[in-house]
Design a protein around this ligand. Structure first.
Ligand code: SAM
Length: 265
């Protein structure tokens, strides 16, 4: 296919990516035919798939609003994806215009679009980096310019850790990041988890992207909060995490094959 004007040089337009599949399911326009094909196949295999992604995003927004309400004014969002309406910095800066956000993603399309959208907002930056090398994220010039690690911050690792296999030691990576944060910092995290047979189909589809997925159990996901104490209501299906109204919970939240929670250091 022809490279769209917004696709950075070097991006393989024939290789689907998680960031762009997610963008498509959220109604975004920064995706290629290969991404749309995977999204549609995943939806056929698991009709709840687009709802899982929408509810994940809704959790992220509620979690950010909660953290800013608790006085957190700096956020480090790792695996931030392609910006869509109601992004982390919009939600945070609506609640506190001085809030700072550093976005981090490994995907060059996600980073290029974030840069485009964020131009002119000097309290927000985007860094292209790999969560598997957390020290590089903290040492990055933009991170150091904007974030003050001696004060509490909100670490967001939402919809992301299921892209790391156990051999990458995700528990150890989160612990290494958590150790660098001031006490009173928060970790907001969500992670795919399936116990229904359709999950296996989505798993197989994800293996065809540049970012295969690794589903984990509730207990394994809880272990990612090492060093953080889960706040109410704990690690739950997305819609059950502090819904704005009981109507927002919808039907069968337990069918959304993922868990989300927020912990405090
Ligand atoms: N956090 C956003 C949300 O929940 O709405 C976006 C989640 S999106 C499903 C996952 C993102 O993680 C993708 O943009 C992908 O590029 C990014 N990602 C995957 N592996 C990564 C890694 N090792 N380091 C940094 N980002 C990564």
């Amino acid at each position: 296919m022809e490279r769209p004007y917004w696709a950075p040089e070097g991006v393989d337009v024939e290789q689907p990516s998680a960031a762009r599949v997610y963008d498509y399911c959220l109604g975004g326009s920064h995706n290629f035919p290969v991404d749309r094909a995977i999204a549609e196949e995943a939806t056929r295999a698991m009709p709840e798939f687009p709802r899982v992604l929408r509810e994940n995003r809704a959790f992220l927004r509620r979690a950010v609003r909660h953290l800013v309400g608790e006085g957190i004014d700096q956020l480090l969002d790792i695996g931030s994806g392609i910006p869509t309406v109601g992004n982390v910095h919009e939600v945070a800066q609506r609640a506190n215009p001085h809030a700072i956000v550093v976005y981090v993603d490994i995907d060059p399309v996600a980073v290029a679009h974030s840069q485009e959208i964020l131009a002119g907002n000097d309290r927000v930056a985007v860094v292209q980096a790999d969560l598997r090398r957390p020290e590089e994220i903290l040492a990055d010039a933009q991170t150091r310019r904007l974030l003050d690690l001696s004060r509490p911050l909100g670490l967001l690792i939402v919809g992301m850790l299921h892209f790391l296999p156990d051999s990458d030691n995700p528990v150890g990576i989160v612990r290494r990041l958590g150790e660098k944060l001031a006490s009173g910092s928060y970790l907001a995290l969500s992670h795919a988890s399936y116990d229904q047979p359709e999950g296996a189909d989505v798993y197989n589809l994800a293996s065809q992207t540049s970012t295969p997925m690794y589903f984990r159990s509730w207990q394994q996901i809880k272990e990612l909060f090492d060093g953080f104490e889960l706040i109410e209501p704990g690690l739950v299906h997305f819609p059950l995490w502090r819904p704005d109204s009981p109507a927002d919970i919808g039907e069968h939240p337990e069918r959304l094959a993922a868990f989300a929670g927020v912990g405090r250091k």
